[in-house]
Design a binder for this molecule. Structure first.
Ligand SMILES: Cc1cc2nc3c(=O)[nH]c(=O)nc-3n(C[C@H](O)[C@H](O)[C@H](O)COP(=O)(O)OP(=O)(O)OC[C@H]3O[C@@H](n4cnc5c(N)ncnc54)[C@H](O)[C@@H]3O)c2cc1C
Length: 419
């Protein structure tokens, strides 16, 4: 049996980053996953390290837009009717958190952690020799109607107040940055403090390789085998059991599979926001220099090593429900209106699960009522962005160091009655 100071469960961007930060504090660390690092949600995302992000992705509040979503007329979302009863209380909380006043509060709470996100990635990517996977070209959000640009005024005002850099562009300005885009949009906002990742799964693997070079143990095992063993935690792995004083749950959308049997005193109401991707073959001479979002079209585009990756918006369905094709079909048609692209590469789209709390913030901190157990999951639309900085905060909390930012907004106890 191996003994380490800490076990990190889950080798996505969040778990690998936590393992690296704990290792950097001098702890011996075992990183446990049932598969190789960076092969789940952290593999398939849109590849934007979104340091400029301000307001969380929200539910529309005006009745007409909501009706379009309910009638499945919008390419931005989909849902499975049979799954909705299970989402009812989560969706109610999400609707409340989507009110403008609540969004402004959440945006301000998230700003300190988002502001550190890129620097924390660079601090890992440099020693991991992975800076070549990042390009600092910012993120472009396109709008087809002046009214849609006008609707971003609140976010831009917050950006001005908090010092987040952006440029508003007309169609000609966009074409200077992205000459390959076809006409059809009227304006865009170029958010500057963002990196684009050409291989998100490869980035996680590079960080995991750095962890091993630094003496970290990378093991295969089922995290659900976690048990108390006296005052310590024990997990079964292919190499035998591992014991540690500290265990960190970083299983992304699978985190509650482990936690539910532990019956924590405070609930952790996490759901998944499903999302798909496909890759298009690039046409000769067609290049995309940065992540581009076409919200009305329901997709984001990224230039990746597998081709031009198109990711979809949100699907509300149970994590393990079978995939549907309504969003992907619409997105493929809409992408072709915006960019000359070749054939779709996959026979079946990739399906992933954004692990999300209704307030769009992760939980980072000690698990209530379980000494030595720490939580680091629920990063929603920004897990690739926030993995490394979350790892730093988590390591601060595990070791009792002064936290790099105020951890209160991310406290796992925030869902308890009266909190
Ligand atoms: C379509 C889409 C687009 C996105 N775009 C962006 C973006 O542009 N920018 C951004 O910042 N974020 C984006 N996200 C969100 C981001 O991808 C996630 O928030 C992030 O990947 C979550 O990372 P994680 O490490 O928590 O989870 P994961 O990457 O899912 O890692 C969890 C790990 O736990 C392991 N695991 C699960 N169960 C067990 C078990 N029983 N035993 C052992 N191991 C287990 C899995 O194998 C996996 O390796 C996007 C997500 C989607 C779906």
């Amino acid at each position: 049996m191996a003994r380490t100071d800490a076990i990190v469960l889950g080798a996505g961007i969040v778990g690998v980053s936590a393992a690296l930060h704990l290792k950097a504090r001098g702890l011996s660390v075992a990183l446990v996953d049932r598969q190789a690092p960076g092969e789940a949600t952290s593999f398939g995302n849109a590849g934007v390290i979104e340091g400029s992000a301000l307001l969380p992705v929200s539910l529309p509040r005006d009745p007409l837009t909501l009706l379009r979503h309910a009638l499945k007329l919008s390419p931005q979302s989909n849902y499975r009717l049979a799954a909705l009863p299970g989402y009812a209380s989560w969706l109610t909380a999400y609707f409340r958190a989507s009110a403008p006043a609540a969004q402004a509060v959440i945006g301000r709470e998230l700003r300190p952690i988002l502001a550190l996100a890129r620097a924390e990635h660079h601090a890992l990517a440099k020693p991991a020799r992975a800076m070549g996977l990042l390009s600092a070209t910012g993120y472009l959000k396109l709008y087809h109607r002046e009214a849609d640009l006008a609707a971003t005024a609140v976010e831009r005002a917050l950006a001005d107040e908090l010092g987040v850099a952006y440029t508003v562009l007309d169609a000609a300005g966009v074409r200077v940055l992205e000459p390959a885009l076809k006409p059809g949009f009227t304006a865009a906002v170029h958010w500057h403090d963002c990196d684009n990742v050409s291989d998100p799964g490869g980035l996680v693997k590079a960080y995991a390789a750095l962890f091993e070079q630094q003496g970290g143990l990378s093991l295969r095992g089922d995290a659900r085998s976690l048990r108390r063993s006296g005052a310590r935690w024990r997990v079964e792995t292919a190499e035998g059991p591992v014991d540690a004083d500290v265990a960190v749950v970083a299983l992304g959308p699978w985190s509650l599979d482990l936690l539910k049997p532990l019956a924590l005193p405070a609930p952790l109401p996490m759901a998944v926001k499903r999302g798909y991707h496909v890759h298009f073959a690039a046409q000769p001479g067609v290049v995309l220099n940065r992540g581009v979002t076409d919200r009305a079209g329901g997709f984001a585009l990224q230039w990746t090593k597998g081709g031009i990756r198109a990711t979809t918006g949100v699907e509300f369905a149970r994590r393990d429900d079978p995939p549907t094709d309504i969003q992907v079909r619409r997105v493929i048609a809409n992408v072709r209106k915006l960019l000359p692209v070749g054939a779709v590469r996959e026979a079946e789209p990739w399906l992933g699960f954004r692990p999300a709390f209704a307030d769009s913030k992760p939980v980072i901190g000690p698990a209530p009522g379980q000494p030595g157990l720490f939580l680091d999951f629920g990063h929603s639309h920004w897990g690739l962005t926030l993995g490394p900085v979350s790892g730093r905060l988590l390591a601060d909390l595990v070791t009792g160091a002064t936290p790099c930012i105020d951890p209160a907004p991310f406290a796992p106890t925030r869902f308890a009655k009266g909190a």
